[in-house]
Write a protein that binds this ligand. Structure first.
Ligand code: MN
Length: 238
């Protein structure tokens, strides 16, 4: 996600859509009038995350699950007045009744973020701005990881665990059911801008880990692209 999109997400959270409905919003509408969302390609090969995430899981997860959310999002947008809006704008407006949009706009956003914040590069240590914020809020990186693993184990059924920046400019850990996320301000609590999300749906890990979600949640951390999480953190602060 580009910085401008973060700014937009931030502006949405602040409610400035009402105050300032023009500028970047209009530009965005012009840029994508057809409102066809597309499946973003991965930055790495399907086998690049072995042995933590197996090749077949990546192929199905990206090529079938994520692709399905994109297709169904485009269908769900047909006939609505949301044409041309950004994914973040759409997410901010979703209510509990909008089942198809909720699941598929959420699914598209969440997976697009997930593919970016995992990867084959081992880019520790955590960059300073993010590391300082993590220490301030959680005590240490290790404690943050423990908190996210615990939150992941507590999700009943399918959902996501988030590290996000709240309206108070502080980091928080939360979980959401199904494909919800903290940008859905009518549905999520707390509301914030996600900078790291972990998919705890069974489809994310079942082929390799079967029912052992804890093993998946323990194994995942060497894949986290902290440079990218830091970039998103700084953009969310702006
Ligand atoms: Mn998934």
């Amino acid at each position: 996600m580009k910085k401008r999109e973060f700014l937009k997400a931030n502006a949405l959270l602040a409610g400035s859509l009402v105050l300032n409905p023009f500028s970047v919003w209009a530009e965005n509408r012009r840029a994508r009038q057809a409102n066809e969302f597309t499946l973003p390609p991965l930055d790495y090969d399907f086998e690049a995350l072995e042995p933590v995430i197996d090749t077949l899981t990546m192929q199905i997860h990206h090529g079938k699950h994520h692709a399905g959310y994109v297709n169904n999002l485009n269908k769900a947008l047909t006939g609505t007045n949301l044409g041309g809006q950004s994914l973040e704008e759409i997410l901010a407006q979703i209510s509990a009744q909008d089942t198809a949009l909720r699941n598929n706009a959420g699914g598209h956003y969440n997976h697009s973020l997930f593919w970016k914040i995992i990867g084959p590069k081992h880019d520790r240590p955590v960059p300073k701005p993010l590391h300082k914020a993590i220490e301030a809020q959680f005590g240490s990186l290790e404690k943050l990881i423990e908190e996210m693993k615990t939150a992941g184990m507590k999700v009943f059924g399918s959902g996501w665990v988030w590290l996000a920046l709240g309206r108070d400019q502080k980091l928080f850990v939360s979980s959401t059911p199904n494909q919800d996320n903290p940008l859905m301000r009518n549905l999520a609590s707390p509301v914030g801008i996600p900078i790291l999300g972990i998919d705890v749906w069974e489809h994310a890990y079942y082929l390799k880990y079967q029912n052992r979600r804890a093993d998946y949640l323990n194994a995942l951390w060497p894949l986290i692209q902290w440079e990218e999480v830091n970039r998103r953190y700084k953009a969310a602060l702006a």
